[in-house]
Design a protein around this ligand. Structure first.
Ligand SMILES: NC(=O)c1ccc[n+]([C@@H]2O[C@H](COP(=O)([O-])OP(=O)(O)OC[C@H]3O[C@@H](n4cnc5c(N)ncnc54)[C@H](OP(=O)(O)O)[C@@H]3O)[C@@H](O)[C@H]2O)c1
Length: 280
């Protein structure tokens, strides 16, 4: 039988790095640490080597189709498939960022939604039987975080397609470009819209996998890793990166039978369509 393969995007630091570390400890197979920047990636691999772990490394910039294609080609050639895909890479503008909101909206949606989609479109054909996909969303990715009821209805519609979801994401960006995003009901956080997009996409992906023939029994779940001490939170998060990796590792490795779920850092399944959960 082919050796099992796990891939984590954006894993040179933060939660992604801790997910790679946890997979090296617990996964019976090879683990790819990937990074857009080769030297940052290799530095992270070196740190893990010093701890006694041997992850593989590959450059992977999720915004760059050539980089994704090269990764796909190499994985296919060397291993023939993927068993676990953790979509972790993302960006967040700081609260005090001076970039115009239109730019924040465009870049955030481009990375956190469209690049996530691009990676999935490219790598999903490589997923093997019983494969697992873990999409790192956020508490910000709960449906209730979108103020407009009409938009919530559209985003939470169980017959929503990836094309219509992508059009909604594009609409947010164009509304932001003309300064109408609040008026149009999106609220004022590009990160929220991108992570709601990530959650909604995960559920559509699961429904598509459920209907594929032959069925590979792939599971897709979205997860909020908690408020974690990383560069993204300017180290204000109260959880360690290992604690932030716990729920993603649970979804990637354990025998939980979960599909199409939105899971919290304490492994609770949270109703994505319901009220905003009390604890972030
Ligand atoms: N920290 C939290 O409290 C928290 C809460 C909820 C959800 N999350 C989510 O958890 C995930 C990890 O966040 P984190 O806190 O660990 O963030 P982080 O410390 O900022 O790390 C983000 C990682 O993504 C990588 N990345 C960014 N753009 C990329 C691209 N185009 N291609 C490939 N890699 C790219 C970064 O690489 P570089 O080093 O090259 O920039 C870095 O390795 C994200 O999806 C985030 O939205 C975090």
């Amino acid at each position: 039988m082919a050796e099992k393969i796990a891939v984590v995007t954006g894993s040179n630091k933060g939660i992604g790095y801790a997910i790679v570390k946890g997979l090296c400890e617990r996964f019976d197979g090879k683990v790819y640490l990937t990074a857009r920047d080769v030297s940052r990636g290799k530095e992270a691999v070196k740190k893990l080597n010093e701890l006694g772990f041997q992850p593989l490394f590959h450059q992977l910039d999720i915004t760059d189709q050539n980089s994704i294609d090269k990764f796909k080609e190499d994985v296919l050639k060397q291993h023939g498939g993927i068993d676990i895909l953790v979509n972790n890479a993302a960006i967040a503008f700081k609260n005090d960022a001076r970039d115009p909101f239109s730019k924040q909206a465009e870049e955030t949606i481009a990375v956190n939604y469209f690049s996530l989609l691009r990676v999935c479109n490219s790598l999903f054909p490589l997923l093997r039987q019983n494969g697992r996909v873990v999409n790192i969303s956020s508490s910000a990715g709960h449906l209730s975080r979108i103020p407009s009821e009409d938009l919530r209805k559209k985003l939470g519609d169980k017959s929503l397609t990836i094309d219509s979801l992508s059009r909604l994401m594009e609409k947010f960006v164009s509304d932001a470009k003309v300064g109408k995003h609040t008026e149009e009901g999106w609220g004022n956080s590009a990160y929220v819209v991108s992570k709601v997009g990530c959650s909604a996409l995960s559920f559509i992906q699961q429904r598509l996998f459920d209907n594929e023939k032959p069925c590979r029994n792939i599971s897709v779940n979205a997860v909020h890793p908690g408020y974690v001490d990383t560069d993204m939170t300017s180290h204000k998060g109260h959880l360690t990166i290992e604690e932030g990796a716990a729920a993603p590792l649970y979804l990637a490795l354990e025998d939980h039978g979960l599909k199409e779920k939105y899971v919290w850092h304490d492994k609770r399944v949270v109703d994505w369509y319901g009220e905003t959960p009390a604890i972030y």
